[in-house]
Design a binder for this molecule. Structure first.
Ligand code: NAP
Length: 248
């Protein structure tokens, strides 16, 4: 039902987990997609091959999302390969968990850089072509942790809360150019990132999730699809929580 034919999308951090789900869902809806990644060359090639086998137009591009020059190279690559940019999904992210007493300056800086500075980099670069074409959809993948905090994740929570303030500010700046900027706050989604949780931690989480299951990458990709499509044309500056009802 949602048709993204002729739309050009850039997804950061597309090789695994939620990002990979988003790449495939947007491509399935007809969009041409470039995804970035930090280091997983073989996963990037495998995703390109999987997409090609399904008849999708999907290209990988290695770029550290926290580095402005890398972000610039990937936006230029997208415009060159796809002919423009209509949809940006800021998905790349990392965790370096520790209690604040034990958290190093490096762990704080690397998380803020990968999760928050990256959103500045890509959004700043993407709004230029979007403003001139008077059309754009920007979706930022934040987290419920940015809404409610989490012991041991002060760096991650700060980066995700920062994304929310950024989303709302840029939504106000670019609304007159017909660019929608929204965020999605996933709850606990089964990916490499949450694989680190032990069974006891997973059980404790299930107890506070009314829908009684962890989410999967499709749950988030479906929300991205909505916020990338004309169905959400009158929605901007919002945070859509996709968490099985954990935060309400
Ligand atoms: P994941 O499985 O660990 O995958 C992370 C992806 O981001 C990979 O493609 C990775 O590339 C890429 N990446 C990491 N740092 C990067 C950088 N500096 N530059 C470019 N790409 C980079 O993570 P995930 O669980 O799918 O999470 C995706 C997003 O959802 C993150 O922003 C995360 O904070 C958010 N989120 C996740 C959950 C959850 O429960 N999983 C919950 C809430 C929010 P490589 O493969 O090359 O390393």
């Amino acid at each position: 039902m949602i048709d993204l034919k002729d739309k050009r999308a850039l997804v950061t951090g597309g090789t695994r987990g939620i990002g990979k789900g988003i790449v495939l869902r947007l491509a399935e809806a007809g969009a041409k997609v470039v995804f970035t990644y930090a280091s997983s060359e073989s996963l990037a090639k495998a995703l390109e091959d999987e997409a090609a086998a399904r008849g999708y137009t999907v290209y990988g591009f290695k770029a550290d999302a926290g580095k402005f020059s890398d972000a610039e190279a990937s936006v230029n690559f997208t415009i060159e390969k796809l002919g423009g940019l209509d949809i940006l999904v800021n998905n790349a992210g990392i965790t370096r968990d520790n209690l604040l007493m034990r958290m190093s300056e490096e762990d704080f800086d690397s998380v803020l850089n990968a999760n928050m500075k990256s959103v500045f980099n890509y959004t700043k670069l993407a709004i230029r072509p979007m403003m001139s074409q008077r059309y754009g959809k920007i979706v930022n993948i934040t987290s419920v942790v940015g809404l409610m905090g989490n012991a041991g994740q002060a760096n991650y929570a700060a980066s995700k809360a920062g994304m929310i303030g950024f989303t709302k500010s840029i939504a106000k700046e670019v609304a007159s150019r017909n660019i929608n900027v929204n965020a999605i706050a996933p709850g606990f989604i089964t990916t490499d990132m949450t694989d680190k949780l032990n069974d006891k931690q997973k059980e404790a989480l299930l107890n506070i999730i009314p829908l009684k299951r962890m989410g999967n990458s499709d749950d988030i990709a479906n929300a991205v699809l909505y916020l990338s499509s004309p169905l959400s044309d009158y929605v901007t500056g919002q945070v859509l929580t996709v968490d099985g009802g954990m935060v309400m």
